[in-house]
Design a protein around this ligand. Structure first.
Ligand code: SF4
Length: 330
């Protein structure tokens, strides 16, 4: 019997759930093929198949799906509507499988699953079971794969919040292919900077223009939302916005709410051009900072045309200001 190859695009919620998905499919006997790291060609390919107003992250995602065409038998594209009661995802996540089928030329079979915790648990289990049935008729094997996947997800989260590993480092620890971000200057930093935003922006070296690497190179230790326990992120959201409006907004608002009252020296936010939810939530964060005069914050909006030189200049100027402020000169 030939092994089914399942493609997983290295974009969007890959960064949240890759260990869980990979464990699930491998336990069911599939081979997982992950798309390579984002490049200019990937972004150009993705941009060419969607309208120009689409957010940068979706363009990157479509580019990754296109890079998997011909490399696998099917591509896993979940529709994640909600992972928290009464809090919904941005509409792009809701219609992701349909969008991919509609815009990607020669699109192979799409494996989708509907995740919505607002429906009853039975509906969620049925969705997972339907997905597993593509690989086996044995319900116990599907249950076993789902349980192993959930354990892998918990281990992944523990590596990040317990050991302060970044997402690439945690994936690298689990599977040896996360492209762990190391840097010669680690341990010599004189500042701590929190980088807030979605992991699919922060940890995608091409989309973020190597933001984390550059900050470290400029002498800053970088901390991110995944290093903060979930309860503290929830508290951060409550402080700034009152209640969560979109799933995954804790990565921006919750992290800001937490780090604005912590020991970090400054905060850098990174948002993709064209993101509706982030444009609203960045405003919430900036108004809070203005009112409370807490920490210096800089928001970077990135699109596929953002130049490296301009970004580096802004980072250098920002860190200079943070250092002067720390010395009491500003
Ligand atoms: S949350 Fe923003 S960046 Fe993410 S998919 Fe939706 S619009 Fe795009």
């Amino acid at each position: 019997m030939t092994t089914l190859k399942v493609g997983i695009p290295r974009a969007l919620i890959y960064y949240h759930y890759y260990p869980m998905w990979r464990t699930f499919f491998e336990r069911l006997g599939a081979e997982v093929v992950t798309s390579p790291a984002t490049t200019g060609r990937v972004v150009r390919a993705g941009s060419s198949c969607v309208v120009s107003q689409t957010c940068l992250s979706m363009k990157v995602y479509c580019g990754h799906v296109m890079s998997l065409v011909g490399q696998c038998d099917c591509i896993f594209v979940p529709a994640i509507r909600s992972v928290e009661r009464n809090v919904y995802n941005c509409s792009n996540f809701l219609g992701l499988p349909d969008l991919v089928k509609a815009v990607v030329p020669d699109c192979p079979l799409i494996l989708d699953v509907d995740i919505d915790v607002n429906r009853n648990k039975r509906a969620l289990y049925e969705s997972i079971y339907r997905l597993g049935r593509r690989f086996t008729w044995n319900p116990f094997a599907i249950k076993d794969a789902a349980e192993a996947a959930w354990r892998a997800h918990q281990d992944y989260q523990m590596l990040m919040s317990g050991e302060s590993l970044s997402i690439p480092q945690a994936i690298d620890r689990l599977f040896g292919d996360g492209g762990a971000d190391t840097d010669a200057r680690q341990g010599t930093e004189d500042l701590t900077v929190a980088v807030i935003g979605h992991p699919y922006m922060i940890h995608d070296d091409y989309a973020s223009q190597r933001l984390v690497f550059r900050l470290r190179g400029l002498g800053a230790r970088v901390v991110t939302a995944e290093m903060v326990p979930a309860a503290d992120l929830d508290e951060g959201v409550r402080k700034l916005a009152g209640r969560p409006y979109w799933t995954y907004e804790d990565e921006l608002v919750g992290a800001a709410g937490h780090y604005l009252h912590s020991e970090v020296d400054g905060i850098v936010g990174i948002v993709p051009f064209g993101c509706g939810p982030d444009s609203v939530m960045v405003d919430v964060v900036q108004r809070y900072v203005k009112r409370n005069r807490t920490k210096p914050i800089m928001i970077l909006t990135i699109d596929e045309h953002t130049g490296e030189a301009g970004l580096v200049t802004r980072l250098e100027a920002y860190l200079d200001m943070v250092r002067r402020r720390r010395r009491g000169c500003a």
